[in-house]
Design a protein around this ligand. Structure first.
Ligand SMILES: O=C(CO)COP(=O)(O)O
Length: 135
């Protein structure tokens, strides 16, 4: 079943995300991919796949991906954020991660979790429907 996946990485984590994405290209190419601006450009080049690019993170890209979550249009977020370097748009980063919890959205912040998510038969092959919160 085709899902919509968002891929995002901070500058010091971009090479890690690109390596991960190349490793999992066979699975990624079955899905719709969206990304923040710079990450999306790098992914397009590395994967030769279509990637819908939003604004760069500091210019509102995290918020655009957050809006997809709130609209129920995103199935999964791979977000390699940088725990060692401060980002000017840290409030946006926190807001995006917060929405993942609000909407019970699968989110991977490192390669180990991303490996498990992308290879999960429950998520990608079964009819798994994540439980939506009741407000
Ligand atoms: O800053 C980001 C996520 O918070 C990522 O933005 P870019 O992909 O444009 O570098």
């Amino acid at each position: 079943m085709t899902k919509t996946l968002a891929l995002v990485a901070h500058d010091h984590k971009k090479s890690e995300l690109i390596r991960w994405a190349i490793e999992h290209k066979a699975e990624l190419q079955k899905h719709r991919l969206v990304a923040t601006g710079t990450t999306g450009g790098l992914l397009q080049k590395a994967l030769t796949l279509e990637v819908k690019r939003f604004q760069s993170g500091p210019l509102g890209g995290d918020q655009q991906i957050g809006a997809l979550i709130a609209e129920g249009e995103l199935d999964c977020l791979i977000f390699f954020w940088d725990p060692l370097n401060p980002a000017p748009h840290d409030p946006d980063v926190k807001a995006l991660l917060r929405l993942c919890s609000v909407w019970n959205l699968p989110v991977a912040c490192n390669t180990a979790t991303a490996d498990m998510l992308i290879t999960s038969p429950l998520f990608f092959e079964g009819n798994y429907q994540r439980k939506m919160p009741e407000f």
